[in-house]
Write a protein that binds this ligand. Structure first.
Ligand code: SF4
Length: 575
């Protein structure tokens, strides 16, 4: 390519409209919108042609009978009075790019929720927020089924989910001692707990026997226990059901299918819809946030964005308005399964119909043919969803559609979704989010392995994978070996800054601690290597290649020239 070729394109403005994804600056070509905290397009992707405009209304437009300050209970009610609550203060601490006043204003507008039941606040709950102006959040589902698990296993999963970054937890138990399990999770969790209350309403009866009194009693009980948000499938209307008959897989939401059965049996509209105002009153009393369920979400690509799904979404908008009028915080649940090209539209039609209430989506899975890997198929959709407007991503584990997730599945699901959320936040230009990436890049460029691993989200796995083939922290790794290590070569070339930042430099090669028992276990769980193989690989380099007193491998460039190093590796490391 000649210098003349460069005139055939124009680089976008440095950072475009978006001032920064790191604290210090940005790279050329950022296309995200300018941050618009305080507006409906806060950290939004630019709209491609044909996308629905944001609603011109907010929660302020649905506040017909403001309560006096002394009667306020919910974060929304306090925000409407201009009060910054301790929970808003804490949220601002956890979102360094937001002030407590901005948090309050976003809550007042209905674009942000702080799911914090007054009862759960009395335990260990650490208040967090969900909304476009904040970083993207992830939810981890757990819960015993009638076939498998119990309270102690669910508590173990809770700890794993929190360890691996879940921002909220949903207890979807349908078996075991549901009440005790829920209570234990609430007491132990620092993150908000959500439930789908209908599951426990029909433990001792058939769905057809469910009454308004039973629903309200159960909701009151769970609210008293301290549940922070309820998924209520009130948006599935009787009039929507005929649109489901042409679907390939009908109604895949458990709550949606149960309530459809109830409606057909009774020849009436959705019980939850009929008593919505009474449900709102219970939620307001404890400040339980709504996560209004999408009972007609698509269960396969073929059923996505159909009339049933979108008609229900319009009803969710109506329910949002009614909940806001009652002073209750609202988020909206979304799909599901959906081809990649439909995701932006779905995110943007929600902001129109539901007036910017935070969108909480399940994936979506962008293809249906990879069971066993749906944490990956859905994490691709989740990244697009977060970029285009979703505020929280409900994780999907490798067990989706196949079985009840175990602790390791919880970890895999959480990590896939942390990747989606972080990738979207960086692309949206949420201030400071790229700093972490830049720090790791500097450590990688300096071949500072320990710093590299310390900065990695999953330090142990990164270390274990490195040590699997080469347990000496030297100036290359087992991927390319000494001669082919471009990072090492770049470091030597004086023209590049690459790998030369002072604080990232490291004194000398080190023998790593090799595989600790925990790391060995991680490798075992990968299901690729037997423990004996892992152990053999972990110590292979040191044993076969040998090291000097300082721990430098015999193939290190301090000892041998390149041809010799290459020979040693060929003979020993790669056998
Ligand atoms: S050997 Fe290859 S993979 Fe390893 S650090 Fe060097 S360039 Fe990167």
């Amino acid at each position: 390519m000649t210098a003349q070729d460069s005139s055939s394109w124009t680089l976008p403005l440095l950072g475009g409209l978006n001032p920064s994804t790191s604290k210090a600056g940005t790279n050329p070509g950022s296309f995200a919108m300018a941050p618009d905290i305080g507006g409906p397009r806060a950290f939004a992707s630019p709209d491609t042609p044909g996308m629905p405009e944001p609603s011109g209304r907010t929660a302020w437009d649905f506040n017909p009978a403001p309560r006096p300050l002394e009667e306020c209970v919910t974060q929304l009610e306090f925000a409407r009075h201009g009060v910054v609550t301790p929970e808003m203060e804490r949220v601002a601490e956890r979102e360094p790019h937001l002030s407590a006043e901005q948090v309050r204003d976003e809550v007042a507008a209905g674009r942000m929720v702080i799911p914090a039941n007054r009862r759960h606040l009395a335990h260990k709950l650490d208040p967090m927020c969900i909304g476009r102006a904040s970083r993207t959040k992830i939810n981890a589902n757990m819960g015993a089924s009638p076939i498998s698990s119990g309270t102690s296993e669910e508590l173990e999963k809770l700890q794993w989910a929190l360890r691996w970054g879940a921002d909220t937890i949903m207890d979807l138990s349908t078996g075991g001692d549901i009440d005790a399990c829920r209570s234990a999770l609430i007491q132990e969790s620092t993150a908000p707990i959500g439930t789908v209350p209908i599951y426990s309403m029909i433990l001792d009866c058939k769905i057809e026997d469910l009454t308004a009194e039973m629903v309200l009693a159960n909701l009151e009980h769970q609210a008293q226990q301290g549940v922070d948000y309820f998924t209520i499938h009130a948006g599935v209307r009787r009039a929507h059901l005929p649109w489901v008959k042409d679907r390939l897989i009908g109604i895949v939401s458990r709550g949606g299918s149960l309530l459809a059965k109830w409606m057909i049996h009774h020849g009436r509209d959705n019980l939850m819809y009929e008593i919505w105002d009474d449900i709102c009153d219970i939620c307001r009393k404890y400040d339980v946030t709504f996560s209004i369920g999408d009972g007609l979400r698509p269960g396969g690509l073929a059923d996505a964005s159909d009339q049933a799904q979108l008609a229900e979404l319009a009803t969710l908008g109506e329910l949002t308005e009614r909940a806001w009028a009652k002073g209750v915080q609202v988020m909206i649940e979304g799909p599901g399964h959906m081809s990649f090209d439909q995701i932006e539209y779905n995110m943007k039609v929600e902001r129109t119909l539901c007036h910017g209430a935070p969108f909480y989506v399940l994936g979506p899975l962008v293809t249906d043919v990879f069971p066993g890997y749906d944490h990956i198929t859905s994490c691709i959709g989740a990244t697009a969803a977060a970029y285009h407007g979703a505020s929280m991503l409900c994780y999907v584990t490798p067990k989706e559609h196949l079985g009840l997730p175990k602790a390791e599945d919880v970890k895999q699901g959480c990590i896939a979704y942390k990747i989606a959320a972080h990738a979207a936040d960086v692309a949206l230009g949420i201030p400071g989010t790229r700093d972490w990436d830049d720090e790791l890049t500097k450590a990688r460029a300096a071949l500072n392995w320990q710093k590299h691993f310390d900065l990695a989200f999953d330090t142990d796995t990164a270390r274990a994978f490195h040590d699997e083939d080469l347990d000496v922290d030297t100036d290359f790794c087992a991927m390319c070996g000494h001669d082919w290590c471009s990072v090492r070569i770049s470091k030597e070339i004086v023209e590049f800054t690459s790998g030369k930042e002072e604080e990232f430099a490291w004194d000398s090669p080190k023998i790593s601690e090799a595989l600790t028992p925990e790391q060995r276990e991680i490798l075992e769980k990968r299901g690729v290597l037997t423990p004996a193989e892992v152990h053999r690989l972990a110590t292979k380099t040191r044993v076969s290649v040998g090291t000097d007193d300082d721990g430098k491998a015999t193939c290190h460039s301090d000892h041998v020239d390149s041809p010799h190093a290459h020979q040693i590796q060929a003979e020993h490391v790669t056998d």
